[in-house]
Design a protein around this ligand. Structure first.
Ligand code: 5AD
Ligand code: SF4
Length: 470
């Protein structure tokens, strides 16, 4: 049964763009190009949201800077996934007082997942007078209206709504010309017991396939070569739509767009990773052979307490099926260490699972208590120091396996997409393999944006090093 899905009407977005034009008149009046700084914390979804903020700001006539002392508008797009990120944000927001003193009239906005939590919005209201505007992820589409309100009324504006919707037609300003993020859905329905995301980003809402495909076509036409489909849980795409298109079908539709480009996606949930998806990935020649498949823990007891809806055996079976379809598949994962009451035995299960899968890369995190999530009230007898010991052990394992896997590339020739400059002299270009492995190269920067063959000559834990093949 498709659920009711609210769409922000095109006229409403047009009205926001009209406000951008209005602000343009206002800020351009003194003849100097105003500058904005957009600072982003957290995941790719947030990066994609910041591209929308920049899109609106560009229509308002702003240029961009990363120096808060030069900025007329500062926007901090925040993350709430772990406490560490929140502390960094608060520290940096507090420090903006100096820039604002030096630049009277500067407007400071804080948005994103962190401020969607009522206690955080309150904290900013009470303790951070430097902040003029606070808005949550559901309000992003009306950023121009909110900014105008601050400019006109000279009063602080707090807009934290729970109204979830899908908005089409917000202008985007992407960084770079080679890689693009493409949001295909928003929100998450899974309620993993440690995670704040479903509370701050709301329920899953998929964009219509025709809107996604149209955006992908425009990206290909603009010369983008690497398109990453984004969602908190991409492989449950389409479940809330009534058109019968699932994630695998969407990949196929994008694969059918003529042109030489790569399709990537993240993040996939193991409970929704179907054989159809792996088969589709194998059959679609533009689809990268990479899957980010967070396992979070190797212990069935902990997976249950995390509410992950799969067990170790099911996960390992999925990996086996995926590798049957794509023997060269690159598999990466996220793991949480020190979930409440994780014992030595539980942790040993995580280590043995990682040995069994042999991940190409692992993103490891120490559990961080999030107010309002079920795990926050679970008893947790272990100390931070004990968790750190496990974390270090896991990092060592991850580095060893990744280094070994990298060494297997040495002497081989691989196709890469050159995506930018490194700023270093010896290896001045960076590139990625189809599976997403980082390869440093030496070559002319005219190679940026091209697919080329490279012979891998050296490697370490983090990267490969190669020579361009003529
Ligand atoms: N503590 C630590 N890590 C977390 N993650 C999500 N919530 C928490 C938390 N409370 C991790 C998960 C997820 C990744 C994006 O962040 O591993 O996959
Ligand atoms: Fe958080 Fe789980 Fe949703 Fe990922 S799938 S965003 S970890 S609740």
């Amino acid at each position: 049964m498709p659920i009711e899905r609210k769409v922000i009407e095109a006229e409403k977005i047009e009205a926001q763009r009209a406000i951008c034009a209005e602000i343009f008149e206002r800020v351009a009046a003194d003849g100097q190009r105003p500058l904005a700084m957009v600072d982003t914390y957290g995941c790719q979804q947030n990066e994609a949201d910041s591209e929308k903020l920049r899109g609106y700001l560009a229509e308002m006539g702003y240029g961009f800077t990363m120096d808060e002392f030069q900025a007329d508008v500062v926007v901090i797009n925040t993350c709430a996934v772990r406490e560490h990120a929140e502390m960094r944000v608060l520290g940096n927001v507090g420090a903006l007082t100096h820039a604002k003193k030096a630049r009277p009239g500067q407007i400071v906005a804080v948005c994103g997942c962190m401020v969607q939590q009522a206690h955080m919005a309150d904290k900013i209201k009470r303790s951070y007078p430097v902040v003029d505007l606070v808005f949550g992820p559901h309000e992003l589409w009306r950023f121009p209206e909110l900014l105008r309100s601050v400019m006109e009324k000279h009063k602080r504006v707090f807009a934290i709504d729970k109204d979830e919707a899908v908005a089409e037609g917000i202008p985007l300003r992407r960084d770079g010309k080679v890689k693009a993020w493409l949001s295909i859905m928003y929100g998450c329905n899974n309620f993993c017991t440690y995670c704040i995301v479903p509370y701050v980003r709301g329920r899953e809402r998929s964009r219509r396939p025709e809107d996604v495909v149209a955006e992908a076509k425009a990206l290909v036409a603009a010369g983008y070569k690497d398109i990453t489909l984004l969602g908190q849980n991409v492989n449950s795409y389409g479940k809330d739509l009534d058109c019968g298109v699932d994630f695998a079908d969407l990949i196929r539709q994008i694969n059918d767009i003529p042109g030489d480009f790569l399709i990537r996606f993240m993040t996939s949930h193991p409970k929704d990773a179907t054989e159809k998806l792996f088969k589709t990935m194998a059959e679609c020649e533009k689809c990268a052979h990479h899957i980010h498949l967070p396992v979070q823990s190797g212990s069935d007891r902990i997976l249950k307490r995390m509410n992950r809806h799969y067990d170790r055996a099911k996960y390992l079976e999925e990996v086996a099926v995926a590798r049957r379809y794509m023997p060269d598949l690159v598999i990466t994962t996220d793991i949480i260490v020190g979930f409440p009451d994780e014992t030595e035995e539980d942790f040993a299960e995580t280590l043995s699972l990682c040995e069994a899968v042999r991940y190409d890369a692992m993103f490891t995190f120490i559990y961080s208590k999030r107010v309002g999530t079920p795990a926050a009230t679970m008893p947790d007898p272990y100390t931070r120091e004990q968790k750190q010991v496990h974390f270090d052990q896991l990092t060592e394992l991850a580095n060893r396996i990744s280094g070994e896997k990298h060494r297997e590339y040495e002497g081989k020739t691989v196709r890469v997409l050159v995506d930018g400059e490194t700023g270093k002299e010896e290896y001045n270009l960076s590139s990625r393999t189809n599976g997403g492995r980082l390869v440093h190269l030496r070559g002319d920067k005219s190679l940026i944006g091209q697919f080329i063959d490279v012979r891998i000559t050296a490697s370490n834990t983090w990267a490969l090093y190669g020579e361009v093949q003529e």
